[in-house]
Design a protein around this ligand. Structure first.
Ligand code: P6P
Length: 339
């Protein structure tokens, strides 16, 4: 361990505040609210096996997915932390059919940010003790400050994000985020309840040898994806690559960003737009991927250029090391030309 004092997340947020053109302290307070909520969720995730909070609550969300008790708990924890600090005027969540208007105290809706989130991604893994995550995406509102937030404030292209990140509740708990000036990772010291800068300036290796995809759906994949998988599995040069798929986007993405790799959730017959949600999964992860020197597309177009039309719309998702995503896109284009 170097003798350099470790910088805490709180110190980092303040130090970097001036990097941000709109710095008014509000974004710093917003990020601090996320930091607090992630510690509370981490505590609940870590005792899932003991407390009566594993299993489902017998309800499904708008996605038609069975809501786990921890899904709902994590959602409530983040909504409460963000609402109490009067730093957002609206929240959209995978767990809520519609967006939530946050009327802050007596200052009405003067907060200028909205947050979109997947409060506990990969939650079906909780019962089997596999890591899960929180994904968040932050925008400046478009409509008049002081007026109630509107759907238009949430339906913004990914290029308009002011910040994005994830919390990974794994062998250690980390917050990884960007405000458009690179990607930095902070690891929680649970004995102190403090996040320390552990992964400064995270960068995707240009290339990699890991591909992450649910090959159980192989028969339904577009031919371009099938051809790319055959390429990955071929005995040639530095191939075959290694298949690693945890079934938790945050964990697969995090490992691939450190080691090099590509994550793919393509469209297929049952899911013409894939499974992942554009606004609170694809866009924030795409912002991180690009800020870390990687790439993120729907197989053809830059994810962050997609014009959203619905809060919970889905998109095919290819993200990771630049050269791997570009090779996959090459196979997708070749197949499209043939059609
Ligand atoms: P499948 C979790 O539900 C999730 O949204 C991602 O975290 C994960 O990568 C993917 O879906 C897993 O989906 O269809 O492979 O089980």
């Amino acid at each position: 361990m170097s003798d350099q004092p470790l910088q805490t997340l709180g110190e980092f947020i303040i130090d970097k505040q001036d990097d941000f053109q709109y710095s008014s302290g509000e974004l710093s307070r917003l990020l601090s609210a996320i930091r607090l909520a992630s510690k509370v969720v981490n505590r609940e995730v870590n005792k899932a096996g003991i407390a009566d909070i594993i299993g489902n609550i017998g309800r499904t969300n708008i996605q038609g997915e069975t809501q786990q008790k921890l899904d709902v708990l994590a959602n409530d924890i983040f909504i409460k932390a963000l609402s109490q600090r009067e730093v957002v005027c609206g929240i959209a969540s995978e767990e809520n059919d519609d967006f939530i208007e946050i009327k802050c105290g007596d200052n009405g809706h003067l907060s200028k940010y909205v947050v979109l989130m997947d409060p506990l991604d990969g939650s079906s893994n909780i019962d089997v003790n596999v890591s899960v995550g929180t994904i968040f995406s932050i925008y400046r509102r478009l409509t008049e400050p002081g007026s109630p937030v509107q759907l238009a404030d949430f339906l913004q292209k990914g290029t308009e994000q002011v910040a994005a990140g994830y919390v990974v509740y794994g062998s250690s708990t980390m917050i990884v985020y960007t405000t458009g000036n690179g990607v930095n990772g902070f690891t929680l010291d649970p004995s102190l309840g403090t996040f320390y800068l552990s992964h400064p300036n995270m960068q995707y290796p240009e290339n990699g040898k890991i591909y992450s995809i649910n090959e159980g759906n192989y028969s339904k994949f577009p031919q371009g994806v099938k051809n790319y998988l055959k390429y990955c599995q071929m005995e040639e040069g530095d191939r075959p690559y290694t298949s690693r798929y945890i079934g938790s986007l945050v964990s697969d993405f995090h490992r691939n960003m450190i080691k090099g790799g590509i994550y793919i959730y393509p469209s297929y017959a049952k899911a013409p737009n894939g499974k992942l949600r554009l606004l609170y999964e694809c866009n924030p992860m795409a912002f991180l991927a690009e800020q870390a020197g990687g790439k993120a597309s729907d197989g053809f177009r830059r994810i962050m250029e997609i014009e959203p039309t619905e809060l919970h719309q889905r998109a095919p998702f290819f993200a990771g090391s630049k050269e791997m995503v570009e090779k996959a896109e090459e196979f997708m284009r070749m197949d499209a030309v043939k059609d």
